[in-house]
Every structure is written in C-alpha cells, then in structure tokens.
Unconditional design. Structure first.
Length: 461
C-alpha cells in the first residue's frame, strides 16, 4: 500500500513538473495567494472578464497540492455553512435560498467549463446519497428531510429512498434508508485541478509555483524571492491559512483521510451496483464519504486524526496506520465484497473550518485585501462560486453574486491552544463513542454524547 505521496489522485494523473518560481519582485493588477480551486477559479474568471489584467498567482508547492487535489471528488451543492446563521444577514431566508440555488447551478457550471476547456476529469453528475445504517441514523435522516421541507426543498431537490429503493441504486450492508439529492457530481479532483491550472496559464495568468508567501498586507504579498505589489491581494489559502502571520485562529486546519481500493472485479460491481456513480456519505456523527471512481475503485474517506496541535499539517499526506485500519473497517462493513480488491493507497490533507462553520467571501475596497474560504469540506463547487464572486468584487461589478449572504460574513476566531486542540480531539472522541453506541443499540434516539458534542462544537444542523 502506498501512503501519502500527496494523494492517489495525483499519483494516478502523474505529479506535474514544477512551473517556474517567482524570479523576483514584480507588479500586477491582482495578486492571488494560493493555487487551489479558489485561487485558480478566481484567476480564470477574472482573466475571462478582463483579458488585459496582469494576474499573478503564487503557490507554495504546486497547483492543486492541497485539499483541491486530495479531496473526495464531490462537486456538491451542499451549503458550506448554516442556513439559520446566514439568514441572520440582511438577505434573510431569501438570501440563503439564492445562495443554495447558485450552488446548484455551480455543479453544472463546473461541468460546462470542463467541456469548454477540454478537461477530462471523469465528471459524472449522478447526485448524492446519504445513507442510514442504524435506527438513530434513520431518525436523523427523517429529521433532516423535515428541515429541508421547512426551507422549501421539494422532491426534485431532495427525496427519501426506503431500503428497497436504495438497493435498486446501491447495495450498502446494513442500510435502512437514504436521502437522495441530484445536485452533485463525481470527479477526479487532481484532473480537475491540473486541467484548470492549464486553462488559467493558457489564458495568460502568471502562475508561480514553489513560491511560499510569508506575509500579506495592503498592496503587497511578500515572498523569499521578493514582493509582488498589486492593488488587490487575494488570500485563497483555505486549510493552510493558519501558517500566515495574524491568521493562526482564523481557520482551523481540519484533517481528513482517505483510502482507495484496487480495481474491483465485474462480479463485485454487479453485487454492489452503483451504476449511477452517486457520491455517498452516511449519517454517522464521525461520517464517511465515498465515490465509485472512473477507474473502477472505491475511494472512501473520514476524519482519522481530526486536528494536530498548533494547527499542524501532515507530512506529504502520510496517514497513521490506525487511521488506515479504521477506514478499512468502514469499507468492509459497508461493502464486504470490496475486500478482495485490497487497499492500494492512503493519504490525508487539511480543509479550512471557521469557528461558526460558515464560509466567507470578502473584499475590503479600502485596502484591496480579499479572501474566500472556510468551506468545511464542501469546497469543490463552493470554490467555483466564490471565485466568480471575488472576480465580480475585484472588478467592482454589481451582480447577483456580490449580494449573497456569505459575502462579507465574519466568523469568530478559534480559541487559543491548548483549548483548540483539546476541544476538537474531545469532540471527535465523543462522536466516535456515540456512533458505536448507536450502532450497537436499537434506540432511534441520537446519543446524548453526540448532542453534547454538537453543543460544544457549534456544528450547524
């Protein structure tokens, strides 16, 4: 089994040769820090809107090195935050519904760009399934559906599948029901990130790799090679934000780990089904997520070690052996026939989580400083919408995007250490214990341990 090496997605695609580093100080109209999905999409739409702009993108490793090239491969319309919290802003419930509509349209927008730019990323819009594998999980699915209905979601947006209907799509051992939403697509994320980086550079954007940014200030991004000066400097660093001066408590770098099997046999796929290539998650508190890949494997992820003290980062995606074993147990429990394929690769990475779990798009017109992020694991589609929004904000063009409720949203800062470390590690200990108790019992009630965890974390419903 390979471990780390950034991700299976990059090993399958081939880790790209490095683009040139910044040769020295320079000037630009817009400087973007970070060449993940947020930074790349922002550059893409800015250049398309105004080809004359001089845009410089600075990346510490290579484009797509972070979460953009390591994630579960979901282009999902899931809201990166809490409906009720966003509704407190001036747009109210109407603004939240517009943000959700825009996210649904974004799934198709990413597919459109892939077709227009010739990006073959294995994209299939099969929707997403959230399964319940215990009585308590089944009750939470029903509660979630009731909340969705109260917000106006009809059958075409989300619907309940009973055990028989689910089995017609996908055989998950122990599943008692599921919710299905059509607004999600499977993708090979490294192919998407690599293809997008190519489209951006072809358009004339200057993308400098192996160029770490040491600090950001009004009109300037500082690097060891020199300063990039620009009227607009946009921070698009997501899970790596805590490494920048003054940003340690802005976003928590939440760790998520993945495994991928070898190719499954035709007989195994006949047993499992999954012909629609839906993305898959469960209703556990320490939930899993998965996809059937374009090359006939199962990729499955979960939290593993959720957080490292002091906002520490992984080493090239290397996963602890006990986390691999934990994810392997989930795989065997849900898909016993997948055992024959073995586990080929494991990797991990960090995603950016704000204290209130709500993403933000921000631009200060006085300083020219902007940023977007805090997607809490739902960033592949959200980053596209955020990039289009940042592009409109930089150009000063009023649009339906610039009034969405996440624009200008301010999240509180995370607690200092060691409270941050103790809180996150304790939270996931509670969640895992709650999941074990719910799986072992027949009660349809959510464990009190999980309820306590929700209160501590502030995770939105």
């Amino acid at each position: 089994m390979r471990n780390g090496e950034v991700s299976y997605w990059w090993q399958a695609r081939g880790v790209p040769p490095r683009r040139p580093s910044l040769p020295g100080g320079t000037e630009a109209d817009v400087c973007i820090v970070g060449a993940g999905f947020t930074g790349l999409w922002t550059a893409y739409y800015l250049k398309r809107a105004d080809p004359g702009l001089r845009i410089v993108v600075l990346e510490a490793a290579f484009a797509g090195f972070g979460a953009s090239g390591r994630n579960g491969g979901w282009i999902t319309a899931t809201l990166p935050g809490s409906r009720s919290r966003y509704a407190r802003d001036s747009g109210g419930r109407k603004g939240v519904r517009e943000l959700e509509r825009q996210l649904r349209d974004t799934v198709d927008e990413v597919a459109r760009v892939c077709q227009a730019e010739g990006i073959d990323a294995g994209l299939v819009k099969g929707g997403t399934l959230t399964v319940a594998t215990s009585a308590a999980q089944g009750a939470r699915l029903r509660q979630r559906l009731a909340r969705d209905r109260s917000w106006g979601d009809e059958e075409e947006t989300v619907r309940y599948l009973d055990k028989t209907e689910l089995a017609g799509r996908l055989q998950v051992t122990g599943a008692v029901g599921a919710l299905y939403s059509p607004d999600c697509a499977r993708v090979q994320p490294a192919d998407l990130a690599g293809g997008l980086a190519g489209a951006v550079t072809r358009s004339g954007v200057l993308l400098y790799e192996a160029t770490p940014v040491t600090s950001i200030g009004p009109g300037r991004a500082r690097t060891p090679a020199g300063d990039v000066r620009a009227p607009y400097v946009l921070r698009c660093t997501e899970g790596f934000t805590a490494a920048l001066p003054g940003q340690r408590r802005t976003l928590l770098p939440m760790n998520s780990s993945m495994i991928i099997t070898g190719p499954l046999s035709d007989a195994a796929w006949k047993s499992i089904g999954w012909d629609g290539c839906e993305t898959l998650s469960d209703e556990a508190h320490a939930y899993m997520y998965a996809q059937r890949t374009a090359d006939g494997r199962i990729a499955l992820g979960g939290r593993g070690i959720p957080y490292r003290f002091g906002s520490g980062l992984d080493h090239d995606g290397t996963v602890a052996p006990w986390t691999v074993a934990q994810l392997g147990r989930i795989l065997r429990r849900m898909f016993p026939v997948a055992v024959e394929a073995g586990i080929d690769h494991a990797w991990c990475g960090v995603l950016g989580v704000p204290r209130d779990w709500c993403a933000t798009v921000m631009l200060d017109p006085r300083t020219g400083l902007g940023w977007a992020g805090g997607y809490s694991g739902h960033g592949v589609a959200a980053a596209n919408l955020a990039g289009r929004t940042l592009a409109d904000l930089v150009r000063g063009v009023p649009s339906p995007l610039t009034t969405l409720p996440w624009v200008g949203h301010r999240s509180p800062r995370w607690e200092p250490e060691p409270a941050r470390w103790a809180g996150v590690r304790g939270l996931y200990a509670l969640y895992r214990t709650a999941d074990r108790l719910e799986s072992a019992g027949r009660s349809s009630r959510t464990s009190l341990l999980a309820r306590a965890g929700d209160l501590i974390s502030g995770i939105p419903e």
